[in-house]
Design a protein around this ligand. Sequence first.
Ligand code: FBP
Length: 251
Amino acid sequence: MRQIDLGKISKKGKSLLLAYDQGLEHSPTDFNETNVDPNYVISIANGGKYNGLIVQKGIAEKYNEEIKRSKVPLIVKLNGKTNLLNGDPYAPVLCHVKDAVRLGAKAVGYTIFVGSEHEALMFREFEEIQDEAHDHGLPVIAWMYPRGKVITNEFDRKIMAYAARIGLELGADILKMKYSGNVDDLKWVMRAAGKAKLLIAGGAKTSEDELLSEVREVIDAGAFGMAIGRNIWQSNKPLDLTKKIRKIVFR
Ligand code: FBP
């Protein structure tokens, strides 16, 4: 059996990742004059000693030198979609595992919209990615997001646990999911995830106190870590905030 080592994107069994794929997912409305520049976010990833920077292929290619110089492990997001289209979501493959390997990725990511009418297609694509990435020893992070017209509440305990279980059964090493705010539900989601590790996504910008208490809750509950984006690079003091988060995650 292939053993997948998570050591390159974690420390002491915990992980703090910086997500910067929102330009494609949400549009540059998430950005300001400063954080629209990938080099600014690379410098946060470096200064904050993040265990990985998540970007799409284009940024991984165009800013490859800067990312390499920063020594922050590169995590390439292999699929994505815009927020311009309605209907059940499907995020096609935009980068292949071989390209991520060529770019020096230490892990790859793929979003599965659980419950979408295109779910089967994403399952199939994920299977190929998981297989090829594991052949290269690369960990696979699955964004497990329940979405589509059959999903009335993406934070429903049963739906979240189902999404986590699907991630385990499809062979993801790490699941990236949202936190509903209910710690008992989170613990059940982690039980359902079994040996697949759970990273919690940051979400839209919130107050520092709220973010830190969420981090505390999920880490206390036993989560593997956080994969945060907007809350960090939209902050006026991203490195101070990162220090506070690190104290909780790696205590
Ligand atoms: P944030 O911390 O900014 O929420 O980023 C996490 C993330 O999973 C990104 O990787 C992704 O672009 C985005 O959230 C997708 O969120 P949604 O589908 O809810 O808009």
